[in-house]
Design a protein around this ligand. Structure first.
Ligand SMILES: [Zn+2]
Length: 340
């Protein structure tokens, strides 16, 4: 089968890989209908994160179940399924508390390489959620987004306690930030401030429910958010970048007693204790427990109440994955969908 493999920074190749097969009796094999390039794939692509090269790539997927192991009970061949970037049992104490991304039996899907024609999904019963039927083609991008970016943006908004009567600010205009805007809207936020300098991303943010756009960054961005919130700061701030600047911007733009939900993968971020102390902010985040939200998100997509798939502004055949990485690296595309 064909699959994307990263050989080093800037070097993505689609090549023949060994087809996955059932290893554990709890596994499923799915034929991938759609996969995509994640903002977090850009960290190794840019040489910021060390990997064991060559590495199969991709952790977002939606597709049709082809085969299941002997112990799989709820998932069956022929179903269209979506899963998170962590395979999880959905039964341990941590999963039952809603923190699937720290499941005691978790398996990282990225190591298995979802940017491929087929994929082995461990812990199939706990990981995969089936759609009511085979989706029409136009629903596939949105369903795929639930696998990571939608679920991650959603968790960011939930962690920031976005809700009715709240002013929510979102730092970051990548796919996760834009979908945090969508999530804040769905959760009933009154005012949603999107931080973006890019016209096409601003447009999508407005479409998803942003009421205000702030173009400034750093301290100027914080000042702009305070000006929009009676000088107090936002009740809820979603951080969806993962840099020192974005994290400080998020904490400083939050009012005392407010909530920061951080979902950007933090790189070289250091928090100053006194700064945190005086902020009086609740700070919560990490790798999103996407599986917690999947049934609800699939339902919203299936009933066409949300269209998160709009964040995919470039679609390429899997064989052109390298061009997809390049486009996202150059910020020519918000998010790239790959069709095996
Ligand atoms: Zn678990």
């Amino acid at each position: 089968m064909r699959g994307a493999v990263m050989y080093g920074p800037g070097d993505v190749r689609v090549e023949e890989r060994e087809a996955p097969r059932i290893v554990e009796p709890t596994d499923a094999i799915i034929r991938v209908w759609a996969a995509c390039v994640c903002g977090s794939d850009l960290w190794p692509y840019r040489g910021v994160e060390e990997y064991d090269w060559p590495a199969p790539m991709g952790h977002e997927y939606a597709g049709i179940v082809e085969e299941v192991g002997a112990e799989v009970q709820t998932i069956e061949p022929g179903q269209f399924v979506v899963g998170s970037f962590w395979a999880t049992d959905n039964t341990c104490e941590i999963c039952r508390a809603g923190y699937h991304s720290a499941c005691v039996n978790r398996v990282p899907m990225g190591a298995l390489g979802a940017q491929a024609e087929s994929l082995r999904v461990p812990l199939a019963d706990g990981t995969l959620v089936a759609t009511p039927d085979i989706p029409s083609d136009d629903l596939v991008p949105s369903l795929l987004s639930a696998s990571d970016v939608l679920g991650t943006g959603w968790f960011g908004a939930v962690a920031a306690e976005a809700g009715p009567g709240k002013a929510v600010a979102v730092v970051g205009d990548g796919a996760v930030g834009l979908l945090a805007v969508l999530a804040a809207k769905q959760l009933g936020a009154e005012r949603i401030i999107a931080m973006s300098r890019h016209e096409s991303r601003q447009r999508l943010a407005r479409e998803y429910g942003a009421t205000d756009i702030v173009e400034e960054r750093g301290d100027a961005g914080v000042t702009a958010i305070k000006e929009l919130t009676d000088g107090l700061g936002a009740h809820s701030v979603v951080e969806a970048v993962g840099t020192q600047e974005s994290m400080m911007q998020a904490i400083h733009a939050t009012r005392p007693g407010g909530h920061v939900g951080f979902v950007g993968v933090g790189h070289d971020v250091a928090l100053d204790g006194m700064d945190l102390f005086w902020s009086l902010a609740h700070v919560h985040g990490g790798p999103a427990p996407v599986r917690r939200f999947l049934p609800e998100l699939i339902d919203l997509i299936w009933n066409r109440q949300i269209e998160p798939g709009k964040v995919f502004d470039l679609e390429l055949p899997l064989d052109e994955a390298a061009a997809g990485y390049r486009a996202m690296d150059q910020r020519e595309a918000i998010k790239v969908l790959l069709r095996p």
